[in-house]
Design a binder for this molecule. Structure first.
Ligand code: OVV
Length: 393
């Protein structure tokens, strides 16, 4: 076999996670396909190789699991997702149902309600002045509007973040943190499945719309239950973390915030640029179905490939001045939501949430000031904040 390029970098280590972009620079300099010897997996980190892997589902499968665990050799922690962890053509049917329910018609109906909630939350945060931006905005806003949209009952919604932490925790290697977190919250998965039952969803939410698609025979009722589980797995922490990172970036770049304040219509592009610059989703996994070759590197069957979409967003071969945060940038080919058949099905929903919240801030707040260090939360599957001390002037 051709000599492979190897690295001792560990994407799940505290050092890597503290500054993934420095590690991505190193990886991109090493070569297009690198063997991460700590985990026995391959990784790609340039825009074009990430694109190749994510587009070629016939070789790079999702059936091997959404995380580092290889379902061809190891047991999944829960019944696999019927949209994330399955390939076309089976994937196409469930994806189509989800696409419709998360499409432009529904989003148009939701926007006004989101704007009202965001306005109130920003007014309340501004009245306080000094806040934790996570508590007051980036966690609070999605945790209200998303479960409301799904049609979830009000009680126990704090468990959504616990479940999300389990789901994205399971994407990484099984460490002490993960094992004790799973044990402490052993009751949560069953609670989630109960909340996803049709009888427990409001009749006007997008959860019920999935069950209505089952009435039409597009999916089975059992599949509908699993697709509502996907909402609660993939739709909460991801947006909480992206919005938090976007607020942090705007507070760190006063000149960029000034432009947004002057023209709140930039909110949507500002959120998209934040997602390019620092996405809550830094990496995805694929598993090969056969022996293959990628950028000159031979890869065996049933091997894991870690796809660093967070690095793709900083690839200077694709983006001009990739390390500059510029809310007016024309972003060609966003990869922060993934791409290809499995590109985030909820991305228009996420963008709506981000746009509405950033706009509400821009319309009400002259200046954002960081009043202490932002703290990152420790989940191997996502990048996000646990604290963002800030003053809203
Ligand atoms: C994209 C994603 C992340 C996590 C969970 C799921 C999907 C799911 O379908 O459950």
């Amino acid at each position: 076999m051709s000599s492979r390029i190897t690295s001792t970098l560990d994407p799940f280590s505290p050092d890597f996670r503290a500054d993934p972009y420095a590690a991505y620079d190193q990886l991109r300099a090493l070569g297009p396909v690198v063997w991460l010897e700590q985990h026995g997996i391959w990784c790609v980190h340039h825009y074009d190789t990430c694109m190749k892997v994510l587009s070629n589902y016939e070789v790079y499968s999702n059936a091997g699991g959404g995380g580092i665990k290889n379902y061809f050799h190891e047991e999944p922690w829960r019944p696999p997702s019927i949209i994330l962890e399955v390939d076309p053509p089976d994937h196409t049917r469930t994806r189509t149902v989800m696409n419709r329910v998360l499409g432009p018609r529904i989003l148009r109906e939701l926007r006004e309600g989101f704007e009202a909630v965001a306005g109130t939350m920003v007014d309340e945060a501004r009245a306080l002045g000094d806040v934790d931006g996570v508590d007051a905005l980036s966690r609070r806003f999605p945790l209200k509007v998303f479960p409301d949209s799904v049609g979830l009952a009000e009680d126990g919604r704090d468990k959504l973040l616990v479940y999300g932490a389990m789901v994205f925790g399971a994407f990484g290697p099984e460490g002490d943190w993960y094992r004790s977190f799973m044990a402490e919250n052993a009751d949560v998965p069953a609670w989630i499945m109960d909340r996803c039952q049709r009888a427990n969803l409001s009749p006007d939410g997008i959860g019920e719309m999935i069950y209505a698609a089952a009435d039409d025979g597009q999916v089975t009722p059992e599949e509908a239950l699993m697709l509502v589980r996907t909402f609660l797995s993939a739709g909460v922490d991801t947006t909480v973390d992206s919005i938090g990172l976007a607020l942090k970036l705007l507070a760190e770049h006063p000149e960029q915030y000034a432009r947004l304040r002057a023209d709140p219509g930039l909110a949507r592009n500002a959120f998209d640029e934040a997602t390019r610059f620092d996405s809550s989703s830094q990496s995805l996994f694929r598993t090969t179905l056969c022996d293959t070759e990628l950028a000159g590197q031979a890869i065996g069957k049933h091997e894991k490939v870690m796809v660093f979409i967070g690095s793709a967003g900083r690839d200077g071969a694709h983006f001009d001045d990739p390390d500059t945060f510029d809310i007016t940038r024309r972003i060609k080919g966003q990869m922060g939501y993934g791409v290809g058949p499995h590109g985030c099905v909820g991305q228009m929903f996420a963008r709506l949430e981000g746009e509405v919240l950033l706009r509400a801030v821009a319309e009400r707040v002259d200046r954002l000031e960081l009043t202490g260090p932002a703290e990152f939360r420790l989940n191997p599957g996502l990048r996000g904040l646990s604290r963002l001390p800030m003053a809203l002037h």
